[in-house]
Design a protein around this ligand. Structure first.
Ligand code: S3P
Length: 169
């Protein structure tokens, strides 16, 4: 039997990877995974705790492990953490194992979508906009580098974005 395809969603915090990913998985009858959620399930703690206790370095080790394992599967939609693409190993892994969809959005949308959310340790600062801008500068080229498909998520609902992805696959 032919290998079942995988779809990997990459992009910054607040791009809508998890919400869009859930819709997409449902539409394509694939299993949905979220790397942050898997890290929490395996560590028995939330992401903020992992950052507090193990530092960002410890979190990245967990993230690499989880993504390596999940990309062994077939027939999944995976929402990756926004910083996972910093690792060349993870970029190679995603490119090799599925279709990479970059969900692109504006800094304004990212700020609006993440501002009431206390779960993202990197944004628990006085000026999250500045953090998001710096991360965008560093990471947007990396998302672009591995993207098979780039989709903007600014103005449409998650469901509409998911159906646009289905059309363009
Ligand atoms: C991070 C993004 C988060 C989470 C962690 C670090 C990042 O995931 O992995 O807080 O470095 O951009 P989302 O992109 O799902 O918010």
């Amino acid at each position: 039997m032919a290998e079942k395809r995988n779809i990997f969603l990459v992009g910054p915090m607040g791009a809508g990877k998890s919400t869009i990913g859930r819709h997409l998985a449902q539409m394509l009858h694939l299993d949905f995974y979220d790397s942050d959620h898997e890290i929490e399930a395996r560590s028995g703690a939330d992401i903020a705790w992992v950052f507090d206790v193990e530092g960002e370095e410890g979190f990245r080790v967990r993230e690499a492990r989880v993504i390596e394992e999940l990309t062994e599967k077939q027939g999944i939609v995976l929402a990756t953490g926004g910083g996972s693409v910093n690792s060349k190993d993870i970029r190679n892994r995603l490119s090799a194992r599925g279709i990479v969809v970059y969900l692109e959005t504006t800094i304004d949308k990212q700020v609006a979508r993440t501002q009431r959310d206390k779960r993202r340790p990197l944004l628990q600062v006085n000026d999250p906009r500045e953090v998001l801008e710096n991360l965008a500068e560093e990471r947007n080229p990396l998302y672009t580098e591995i993207a098979d498909l780039v989709i903007r998520t600014d103005d449409q609902s998650a469901k509409v974005v998911a159906s646009q992805i289905v059309e363009r696959l």
